[in-house]
Design a protein around this ligand. Structure first.
Ligand code: PRX
Length: 657
């Protein structure tokens, strides 16, 4: 199944840099050549990158994408492949007995390691079981699992038989899951009895049952496969529900991969948009895999034999690209952890890093902030000497959180790749290529090779030089989502009408004189106060410089005179020392401008967050505006109990900045 291989320039095997500004001349020169090639001959460049993965038929052409008119995005169209082959089969000969996947259970004494051969066998067994249930090429299969081996196996098993996986977040409500089952037309669900969240048990099976009841006859689900995670009894519906082990263990350990066209859909992944209706981004097999391979290699330098730990849940795009596909493609060992950050005690993550000798740690700024809150003494009890590479993504990282990550965790030895990207982009977009260019704390730095980032003004016109504007891309890249499942019109209108002919990311960004980009936040979070546009991230960054502040979120509320006013929610670093509100206001005025002075500052215990750690500003905005009812769907919140506490805090405090 493997085609003749030409050598793709390997930039991964270069020394790790020691200082922010350190650059390895050889690596810098290789990356410069890569960028130059992408500019001078994009077609040849992208075909060269396609060699990073295994194809049944190597494509003869790269891009056939157009952002004009109806918008049509297609890559490597005449190529054929199976994604699971590049993650598993390609390694069997050379490193079949090396670990592919390590699972660390919530219980520190329990773990499981699967070699590439064992993971291949597990995937094949499940793939055969799915085929046996009548699941076929193009069918959608929903996966509703916590961080367990079967979650990774389920994604790859779907890929194996050409079924489209739809991983659904464990915290969605039954209605939320039901809606997504209807929208995707899923024919099967792979779930479990319960999952563990610290001392709590989260019911998955009964949630799926309720979701199926919600979907009713519009739903297409015929089979439900239930993994035993906690082993607790759950109701099983005769003829529909199957115990995973009973179904899967007797199956054959070989399963012929379904050969897919490059443009066949590999997965759907739901993400939130500006409206309440969930939208499933559609990712195509060939291009997504190539982009996962490029971005993992350029930014994270995975090596076979080393341990890669991306802490994202597989229900998010980061979990897809940097827990499953990217690392496995590269032959490195990917580690997954079932448990919570800081559970049962602070330092749990650092124990995992030392225990498994983790080389690359990829996480989210929100986790970094939570870890910072524990204090420096906690990580200092651990060696962390195995770490070589750090990465973060998902939201802007403030310079002080970046410094902490770099200094306390990376011990000023490990470069930090701050990677900006989206569910829509499939893989990293703006990111430092460590060793090839200096890092800049708080800046996602430059577009990766082959990408054409531009900034536009609010009319969608390109603006040049050191400036601030809307982040757009003028050319397609292989990992780009092809459409929104079942709603191409919404896809076109959301992303391609702001600046016709360009992909509009929805984020604002600042660019410096060296062409480095810093994300200022979602454009929908931009607050316009008396005609001044203020990024919530700017205010939050300012507050992040206050030692007494652990986390801050700014939202815009309607204001009679100014159009919008700013309300700030602040979590104190220590429960004992409340940050002085006057001081916070002064810092904002100083760092951003007087026009950014907040109307109100609320001290709160916790922010409303999704389980992937994003602050749900929509709720803060409503609560700040005095709305305590009709807060909408709270099912994606990590802890819905935060809401009454927030409402109470806003009711009790009338602090004016
Ligand atoms: O606003 C940007 C922010 O997260 C959004 C994408 O979220 P999602 O689709 O969940 O994908 C997450 C993949 C990491 C973006 O529009 N964002 C993501 N990464 C960064 C970021 N903001 C600043 N810096 C980042 N590195």
């Amino acid at each position: 199944m493997r085609q003749e291989k030409k050598q793709v320039t390997d930039i991964s095997d270069r020394p790790v840099i020691r200082n922010l500004a350190d650059v390895d001349p050889v690596r810098a020169q290789q990356v410069a050549a890569l960028r130059a090639h992408a500019l001078s001959d994009p077609e040849a460049f992208w075909l060269e990158q396609a060699q990073r993965i295994d194809w049944a038929t190597f494509p003869t052409a790269a891009s056939a994408a157009s952002f004009d008119g109806d918008v049509s995005i297609r890559w490597y169209e005449d190529g054929t492949l199976n994604a699971s082959v590049s993650c598993l089969d390609r390694h069997l000969e050379t490193r079949g007995d090396q670990p592919a996947l390590i699972w660390q259970a919530d219980d520190a004494a329990v773990s499981r390691t699967l070699t590439f051969r064992e993971l291949h066998a597990e995937v094949c067994r499940l793939a055969n079981a799915l085929r046996g249930l009548g699941v076929k090429r193009g069918d959608r299969v929903a996966i509703h699992l916590p961080m367990v081996v079967e979650g990774v196996a389920a994604m790859l098993a779907c890929a194996r038989i050409g079924a489209i996986h739809v991983v659904l977040f464990g915290g969605f409500s039954p209605e939320g899951i039901g809606e997504r089952l209807i929208d995707s037309g899923a024919v099967a669900v792979i779930t479990c009895d319960f999952s563990r969240r610290g001392a709590k048990r989260i019911p998955h099976k009964t949630t799926v049952d309720a979701a199926l009841a919600h979907a009713g006859t519009i739903g297409a689900v015929k089979n439900v496969i239930v993994v035993q995670v906690t082993g607790d009894a759950v109701p099983m519906t005769e003829g529909r529900d199957h115990d995973y082990t009973t179904l899967v263990s007797p199956q054959e350990t070989e399963c012929a991969p379904e050969i897919m066209r490059a443009e066949d859909v590999l997965f759907l992944l739901y993400t939130s948009g500006s409206t309440g209706k969930p939208k499933a981004m559609v990712h195509a097999t060939g291009g997504y895999m190539v982009w996962a391979a490029c971005t993992t290699d350029w930014t994270l330098s995975p090596q076979p034999g080393k341990i890669h730990w991306c802490t994202a849940d597989i229900a998010w795009i980061t979990g897809h690209t940097y827990v499953v596909y990217g690392p496995l493609l590269s032959g490195t060992t990917t580690l997954i952890y079932e448990g919570l950050l800081g559970w049962p005690q602070p330092g749990r993550w650092w124990d995992i890093v030392d225990r498994y000798q983790v080389s690359c740690l990829y996480t989210a700024p929100t986790a970094i902030r939570a870890l910072m809150r524990d204090g420096d003494d906690v990580p200092r009890e651990y060696s962390l000497a195995s770490l070589e590479r750090l990465a973060c993504a998902g939201e802007p990282i403030s310079p002080d959180a970046w410094e902490w990550f770099y200094t306390v965790i990376g011990q000023q030895r490990c470069p930090v790749a701050d990677m900006w990207w989206q569910t829509e982009t499939g893989g990293g977009m703006l990111c430092v290529i460590p060793g090839a260019q200096p890092m800049k704390p708080g800046w996602a730095t430059t577009p990766l090779p082959g990408l054409s980032a531009v900034l536009t003004n609010e009319k969608g016109e390109i603006i040049e030089g050191a400036t601030e504007g809307a982040l757009c891309f003028t050319q397609s890249w292989p990992g780009q989502a092809r459409t929104i499942w079942g709603d191409h019109k919404r896809f076109r209108e959301t992303y391609f009408t702001f600046s016709p002919g360009k992909y509009f990311a929805g984020d604002g960004a600042r660019r410096d004189e060296n062409g480095y980009y810093m994300i200022t936040g979602r454009m929908d979070d931009v607050i316009n106060v008396s005609g001044h546009r203020i990024g919530t991230a700017e205010i939050e960054d300012a507050l992040a410089t206050c030692h007494s502040v652990s986390e801050a979120a700014a939202v815009g509320i309607n204001h009679d005179l100014k159009g919008q006013g700013i309300v700030v929610f602040v979590v104190a670093r220590s429960a004992k020392v409340a940050p002085p509100v006057d001081e916070l206001s002064r810092v904002i005025c100083e760092r951003v401008g007087r026009y950014a002075a907040p109307e109100r500052i609320y001290l709160v215990k916790d922010m409303p967050k999704t389980r992937s750690g994003k602050i749900v500003r929509r709720l803060l905005r409503k609560i700040a505006s005095g709305e305590t009812e009709n807060l909408g769907d709270l099912s994606a919140l990590a802890d819905p109990a935060v809401i009454p506490a927030l409402i109470a805090a806003v009711g009790e405090q009338t602090i004016t900045g």
